[in-house]
Write a protein that binds this ligand. Structure first.
Ligand code: URA
Length: 433
């Protein structure tokens, strides 16, 4: 068998066998397939697609390409959640402690922010002293002991995806549904969760621009998870305006704490609680109303917030910082306000605000770059609201880097004389068998 022939077959639209896919992935992981060959394979898949069987096969081979985190011998259900990325999306920081406080253990491998989208690991590292670099044993141990853990996958996890993603990023082959699905799901399957919820975003701040594309991706990922024996479900959700009212690491952690304290009610709290309810329904087989009641109780009792503090403490942070987030997670020293230039109904672009935060150092252009946790944008108004001339739309917080942030952020807002009909936050939900 040769890598060349596998590329040739995909180029000519022949369905690849499991053996061919396994061979290709092995050659990617051991470094013997060249970058040129990986690029050609990815472009052939992008142009010609894959059958569901091929996508399952690619995912399983990728998941097996490195070290997996084995399921610890513990009773109960382990849950995981993945978002395809957005702006002001700190649902994980709400969901993990809520579910853990309700007895569903959350073992979540997360990623770092790249481009205009934020990353959970960066946000969590806003807590002084907290580490997200845990060994698989520490990760599984914490999942069993306190039911809540969020960490980064190690270098040895799914090495085939690391090489393929780096090539895709340079060769305009990221936006292929089977390649995204296999990349995301291989990382989920390399860990041990029994229930997986996928939040597939669509809109101007997301990978998938339309709901129908997002549904295709959601359906393929649910199919892959189910074929691998995991209870998998997916929600297709709107990402054209920011989910919460804060953008930037410290600001988003403060907002997530506010949601856990029951002080904030917005799309972030609504979507976080929705995901919690769906995972509870899948994990415990309970009805929607009962799931809603339990989630409400977890927040109202303060148990969810206490669980976040316990998790922060277990990962080397100071649990007291959670209760004093406003003090311990400062915003940058310089402030600039954006105000409405006329009356009207407000439209907000998530993409432009994500880019503005990136410009202030609050995000990273290249993997591995440092970020400024204090850079932030706080929204004064929400998408769809009617605003009056002179009212504050947003405030920018920056330290030494402002760059084009102000102009970019200003371009994110437009005001219309006509009422704006927001699309529903959750477009659709699919659960596998
Ligand atoms: N996120 C991933 O992990 N992989 C992709 O291919 C796209 C987004």
């Amino acid at each position: 068998m040769r890598v060349y022939d596998i590329i040739e077959a995909k180029k000519r639209r022949r369905e690849l066998t499991d053996a061919e896919i396994g061979f290709f992935v092995k050659k990617v992981a051991d470094g013997s397939a060249t970058e040129g060959q990986i690029a050609a394979f990815c472009m052939a898949v992008l142009l010609n697609g894959m059958t569901k069987r091929e996508a399952v096969s690619l995912t399983l081979a990728m998941a097996d390409s490195g070290k997996k985190t084995p399921r610890p011998p513990a009773d109960g259900i382990f849950a995981d959640k993945h978002s395809t990325g957005g702006v002001s999306d700190s649902t994980t920081l709400v969901l993990v402690p809520v579910l853990a406080s309700l007895g569903v253990k959350c073992a979540k491998y997360s990623g770092r922010g790249l481009g205009h989208t934020g990353g959970t690991l960066d946000k969590l590292e806003s807590f002084r002293g907290l580490t997200t670099a845990l060994s698989p044993q520490e990760f599984a141990g914490q999942a069993v002991k306190i039911g809540a853990v969020i960490a980064g996958q190690t270098e040895e996890t799914v090495p085939a995806d690391k090489r393929m993603y780096a090539v895709r990023d340079l060769t305009a082959t990221v936006d292929s549904i089977p390649l995204i699905a296999s990349s995301v799901m291989s990382k989920k399957l390399a860990s041990f969760s029994d229930v997986i919820l996928l939040d597939v975003k669509y809109g101007d701040g997301a990978f998938m621009r339309t709901a129908s594309e997002a549904e295709k991706l959601a359906s393929l990922m649910v199919g892959i998870g189910s074929a691998a024996g995991r209870k998998t479900c997916a929600a297709v959700t709107r990402m054209d305006s920011p989910l919460g009212d804060a953008i930037g690491c410290n600001a988003e952690v403060r907002e997530a704490v506010g949601v856990l304290q029951g002080k904030i009610s917005n799309d972030l709290s609504a979507l976080s609680f929705y995901h919690c309810e769906k995972i509870l329904e899948q994990a415990e087989g309970i009805a929607e109303e009962e799931a809603k009641r339990r989630v409400k109780e977890a927040v109202a009792s303060g148990r969810a917030l206490d669980k976040l503090a316990e998790m922060v403490g277990a990962q080397g942070g100071d649990p007291r910082d959670v209760y004093e987030a406003e003090k311990t997670l400062p915003l940058a020293k310089n402030e600039r306000r954006i105000e409405a230039k006329k009356d009207g109904y407000l439209k907000i672009s998530a993409l432009a605000l994500g880019r503005a935060c990136l410009e202030m150092g609050g995000g990273r252009e290249k993997a591995g770059a440092q970020i400024d946790h204090e850079a932030a944008i706080l929204l004064g108004k929400r998408a769809g609201e009617f605003v009056r001339r002179g009212e504050t739309l947003a405030t920018l917080y920056y330290n030494d880097k402002e760059g084009d942030a102000y102009a970019l952020a200003e371009s994110a807002f437009s005001l219309s004389d006509k009422r704006i009909r927001l699309r529903p936050l959750v477009h659709s939900f699919t659960a596998g068998r």
